[in-house]
Design a protein around this ligand. Structure first.
Ligand code: DAH
Length: 340
């Protein structure tokens, strides 16, 4: 019995694993759940009583020897591995820089606009970019023969004349009015799509912010005051003008220009020599639209407006090609890293 234990102790002493894999085999053999020392403890039954104590101690010693040997070998092998990798590691190399991102100029412009209206109590809502014909056109009082409904102008989903990529954010107006009762005071920022030839000045995708205010007694004067405040906050001037216009979903309709002046060549060029820059379309919500969305036009009235973001961002940051916004070229984007 004793000889067997001594032999195991000797074996442990002589073991010489050269790698982590070999060390693992050593661990399994002497320290694993089915190790070779375990049965030796059981053999104590066959040892005469007066030698039991001594035998027990010896087997215990075998176990401790295995544990110590394992710890020792592990340390040696690990530090050897560290040393090997240290030889391939050049500590004089410069560290890897962590590149800081920056906000996209469209996001910055959008945030500015949204914040101004939030301060006036407008809530932000979003609608789907894949829209149905009802919300994009019919509910918004856009007649069947309107050119916007043409395949040439609108991206319809394949084999489907019911679903399309929204051509404006106005359908969000309908979605909100269908589900909420006045007072309604919302803005809806988002991406819109039109089947246009892509050039420096126009793109097939761009961003808009829609606004809608519906309550009892909302007037054209309320709209004018709201938009004047917006112009003051966004462009630093309350000087606006409303030109009569036409949109199917508003009556009367107008287009709003902001006075940017002609003090320098840039503003002269931007305003085409007039000093006025066209910013948005607006008007009183057409009673047909209210009715379509289940709101009584005898009781309620409202105003709405919609504006494009890209043109404002181009003016704000002096960008001359709309395509730059969608290319995500870091050389372009990182120029805005100091903009918040
Ligand atoms: N949806 C219009 C467009 O895309 C913009 C617009 C004009 C929105 C007048 C409105 C509005 O809410 O009242 O050109």
């Amino acid at each position: 019995m004793f000889a067997k234990v001594n032999q195991v102790i000797e074996e442990i002493g002589a073991a010489d694993p050269k790698s982590m894999e070999e060390l693992e085999l050593f661990r399994i053999k002497y320290l694993g759940s089915k190790n070779t020392i375990k049965p030796l403890f059981g053999e104590i039954r066959n040892v005469p009583n007066e030698q039991k104590k001594e035998y027990g101690q010896l087997v215990n010693q075998a176990k401790i020897t295995a544990e110590n040997k394992f710890a020792e070998l592990k340390e040696t092998l690990e530090s050897a591995a560290d040393e090997a990798s240290a030889q391939t590691l050049d500590l004089t190399m410069p560290g890897e820089p962590v590149a800081l991102g920056s906000r996209h100029p469209i996001a910055t412009t959008l945030n500015r606009i949204v914040t101004i209206f939030q301060r006036m109590g407008f809530a932000v809502v979003e609608g789907p970019e894949i829209e149905d014909d009802w919300h994009n056109f019919t509910a918004m009082n856009t007649p069947e023969d309107h050119p916007a409904r043409d395949m040439q102008d609108t991206f319809y989903l394949k084999n489907n004349t019911e679903l399309l990529l929204r051509t404006h954010t106005s359908p969000v107006q309908a979605r909100v009015m269908e589900t909420q009762k006045p007072p309604i005071r919302i803005i809806a920022p988002g991406r819109v799509y039109r089947n246009e030839t892509i050039s420096a000045r126009s793109h097939a995708q761009f961003h808009q912010v829609e606004g809608l205010y519906v309550d009892e007694g909302v007037s054209f004067a309320d709209m004018k005051q709201t938009l004047m405040y917006f112009a003051q906050e966004m462009f630093g001037t309350p000087k606006i003008r409303l030109r009569p216009s036409y949109f199917p979903f508003t009556e009367p309709s107008a287009e709003m220009d902001v006075w940017i002046g002609m003090d320098n060549e840039k503003n002269y060029r931007l305003s085409k020599g007039t000093g006025w820059l066209e910013i948005l379309g607006c008007g009183m919500v057409d009673p047909n639209v209210l009715t379509n969305c289940g709101i009584d036009p005898e009781k309620y009235s409202g105003f709405a407006f919609g504006m494009g973001i890209e043109r404002q961002a181009m003016r704000l940051y002096d960008i001359h090609d709309i395509r730059l916004f969608f290319e995500n070229d870091v050389r372009f984007l990182k120029q805005f890293s100091s903009v918040i």
